[in-house]
Design a protein around this ligand. Sequence first.
Ligand SMILES: NC(=O)c1ccc[n+]([C@@H]2O[C@H](COP(=O)([O-])OP(=O)(O)OC[C@H]3O[C@@H](n4cnc5c(N)ncnc54)[C@H](OP(=O)(O)O)[C@@H]3O)[C@@H](O)[C@H]2O)c1
Length: 298
Amino acid sequence: MRVIVTGAAGYLGGHVVDRLANQGHTLTALVRDATHASAWLRERARVVSCDLAVPIEAALLEGHDACVHLAVLWPDASTQPEIDDITASVRLFDALGRAGVGHVIYVSSAAVHRPFCAGMREDDRLVGADAYGAAMIAGEALLRASAATHGFRASVVRAGPCVGPSADPDRAPKTPNPIAAIHRALVEGRRARVVAHEGRQLTSCLDLSQTIHLVLGDPNAADTLLCMARRTTTWAEVAHALARKLGRTELVDVTPGERDDVSFDTTRIEGFLGRVLDADDALDAHLDALIATTLHGR
Ligand SMILES: NC(=O)c1ccc[n+]([C@@H]2O[C@H](COP(=O)([O-])OP(=O)(O)OC[C@H]3O[C@@H](n4cnc5c(N)ncnc54)[C@H](OP(=O)(O)O)[C@@H]3O)[C@@H](O)[C@H]2O)c1
């Protein structure tokens, strides 16, 4: 298939490009500035400059079968609604529909389920509890609306905090905030304070890219999938693992906390991939890459 990947130079974009190129798809990587694209990305995709903050040239999109939308336009302040991101997404979906692209996969986030509760599932009613989650809810809704208007297929894959080394070996991985905070404290010789039992169901980047590859090829795939490990990884586990690797075990403080029953139900993704997802190896490799990045200043 001829596939457009937005955000192709980003962390998850690299994994999706790598997987789809290895599967023989012909890729157009949309990046903000093609002159900054790495040789690694150029070997796998035709790299094209496309700033999604402004209207898109239709010619860039025509002749493609599908698009995986991963670009995200972050706001300048955390309190500011992510209006630019929503505007960019809806403009992209509409342009893809007009260009006759038949399938759009939107990588959304488990954050759309906030406030979290027990047994969260793909078909839950979404409420929104912060600007990021609300922007993703809006993105999902606008994708469905564009799909209905233009008649293309729409798929949503919701990820948890993603872990794994970058696909491009010269790039540092993007690290989920709680893990980055623990790492920063340990490297700076400060105490890493975590609350017992707190954590998240993580997503291995390899599971995410495999899911996207399989959704592309399977017209019967569910239109929404939560892609994440069944098991919750606690921040205490992360802190202990990082501290061991850094030789700083004395710096980990685990404050007692209540065990909650927050969880995502992973039945649907396990049925789709035919296995239980597990992010342990991806996390371990991520922590090694994070430490290497600090050591080598990448
Ligand atoms: N990473 C996670 O843990 C995680 C978890 C759940 C969901 N997600 C979602 O997955 C998607 C990808 O995340 P990521 O971690 O790969 O993010 P990322 O590394 O920050 O990549 C985002 C990409 O968006 C592109 N972008 C920003 N502004 C743009 C603009 N005006 N025009 C065109 N492209 C623009 C950037 O392109 P340039 O590099 O060309 O500037 C960047 O490569 C996001 O929607 C994110 O919310 C991520």
